[in-house]
Design a protein around this ligand. Sequence first.
Ligand SMILES: [Zn+2]
Length: 143
Amino acid sequence: MVDDRPTERTGATSGVTVTLNHTNVYTRWPCLCCGGHTEKDSVLADVLEDGKWTEYVVCPWCLADPDLAGTIRKHAVRCRAQAESLEEIARNLPALPSLGDWGAAQVEADVKFLVEAEGWSHESALADIGARDYTVPYKGPRP
Ligand SMILES: [Zn+2]
């Protein structure tokens, strides 16, 4: 049987290493190479830079990509265009809802869900959900 799993590879000058690791965090992880994401896989091709975890992975489609360098270059072009767009947005910030507006909308949506999907009375749902302050985690430093 041929073992076709990728082996650990370190870029000659980039300091980037890719290793296969099991995870118990079943979510879609962003792919460093294509800008896409994994599925909720149990094994990830983790990207390390100078031995440190980056939160990026190489998705299985990129592991199979015969032109991975070309895919990375295309993604880099998209990233540069996105960076220019972000710079433009930063120069001309649109009006944004406040964190309080967002928290109130979150309460409203969750109350609506409990009433419509779970059959709660509006009063019960509001008593349960309305007591929550969804904004608390966002008032501290970013993780
Ligand atoms: Zn990918």
